[in-house]
Design a protein around this ligand. Structure first.
Ligand code: SF4
Length: 365
């Protein structure tokens, strides 16, 4: 039976287990629920890039910081279809569409996203969206369109979250996950390490994820990619040993979830990635970009799979394909809600500094 009430002492003890022992434990748990020679390949597609109103300290898409990101309006449905077909042809079984929004707003853009979901569902791919906060009705409409998964990361512990983001609260994240849970859409939620958090923060993030009932079907573990211009630009790259410890501990406390080795793979050696697979990572993102940051080339990934004897996971191996209701048969309508997502607006010194620096750079141009 899956354990939901992990204590900090228990998870800390796991995280700090001598590495060889931890790897053995995690690999054993992994084999109980997963085929160790199968890894899912997913493609992350940025359907609306940049210009975001939020202040996430790690994110180059936040409008208030000065980064090299080229912003784009919402992609057309035909463009998404072409990208999905490309992703499928190169071995991806899942397409995750990300929009740099604070939250979903009812209206034309959301209708277009629903069309994208219907279109990709028809291609027999698992469709995932990451669009910011959603209400229950919006989650239901996504489910009706045929969405397979909704991604909404908790990012870090509740405590450390306040050091990274000031424009929305941790509870909003949990409420969105709760709204998704009221549908048949699966939950994808994880976090980022390397933002300056303590080991206790990493452990608390995992305890929070493990306490969700059911636990998320998918948990991305990202290593921060420090982008110039963002408040976290000076963070040092995550040590591979930390990544292996985090993945292994995630595997043990979330035994059934698909653990996703996400951002930061370009900083890892092939051997390091293989060790992450050994301890329980069973998904990667393919494509030379992960939203806006670099990612290994898909041919390199396939060569690594071949060397390791790994087979890409087929679509819907871990869950049924959702039915997609055609637009004209839809029973759900936009409610035009104006949900009160919180805006704590406390001051985070390094976010303020990055914002001030961006203003200076802009006024100099
Ligand atoms: S992580 Fe998402 S919500 Fe935060 S600034 Fe980036 S695009 Fe906006």
């Amino acid at each position: 039976m899956t354990k939901h009430n992990w204590t900090r002492e228990e998870v800390l003890a796991l995280y700090n287990t001598p590495l060889m022992e931890l790897m053995y434990k995690a690999a054993t748990v992994h084999r109980e629920s997963h085929d160790p020679n199968t890894v899912q390949v997913s493609t992350l597609l940025s359907i609306k890039t940049g210009g975001c109103s939020e202040d996430c300290g790690y994110c180059p898409q936040a409008a208030r910081y000065h980064t090299d990101i080229e912003g784009n309006d919402l992609m057309s449905v035909s463009h998404v279809k072409a990208q999905a077909l490309r992703a499928k042809a190169s071995g991806s079984s899942r397409l995750c569409m990300g929009a740099a929004w604070r939250n979903v707003k009812d209206g034309e853009d959301f209708e277009q996203v629903l069309d994208m979901v219907r279109t990709v569902n028809k291609l027999d791919m698992e469709v995932c969206c990451t669009l910011g906060m959603v209400t229950e009705n919006q989650a239901k409409r996504l489910a009706e369109a045929g969405l397979y998964a909704y991604n909404h990361n908790l990012d870090s512990s509740e405590e450390y979250y306040k050091e990274v983001i000031s424009t929305r609260g941790y509870q909003d994240r949990l409420d969105t996950i709760d709204n998704v849970r009221k549908t048949n859409v699966t939950v994808c939620s994880g976090g980022i390490i390397g933002m300056g958090e303590s080991v206790e923060d990493r452990v608390d993030l995992l305890i929070q994820l493990a306490s969700l009932s059911p636990q998320p079907e998918s948990t991305p573990i990202n290593a921060l990619v420090a982008v110039e211009g963002t408040p976290l630009e000076d963070q040092k790259p995550v040590e591979i040993w930390d990544m292996i410890r985090m993945i292994a501990t995630t595997r043990i406390v979330l035994p059934k979830t698909q653990v996703r080795l996400s951002a930061g793979r370009t900083q890892m050696s092939k051997e390091g990635q293989a060790m992450c697979f050994f301890v329980g990572a069973n998904s990667i993102f393919a494509g030379d970009k992960l939203l806006t940051t670099p990612n290994p080339d898909v041919n390199e990934d396939m060569a690594l799979f071949e060397a390791l004897g790994i087979t890409p996971q087929k679509p819907f191996e871990k869950g049924d394909k959702p039915t997609s209701v055609p637009k004209d048969d839809s029973e759900l309508v936009p409610l035009g809600e104006k949900p009160k997502w919180t805006r704590p607006d406390h001051k985070i010194e390094r976010n303020e500094q990055a914002k001030a620096k961006a203003k200076l750079v802009r006024s100099a141009h």
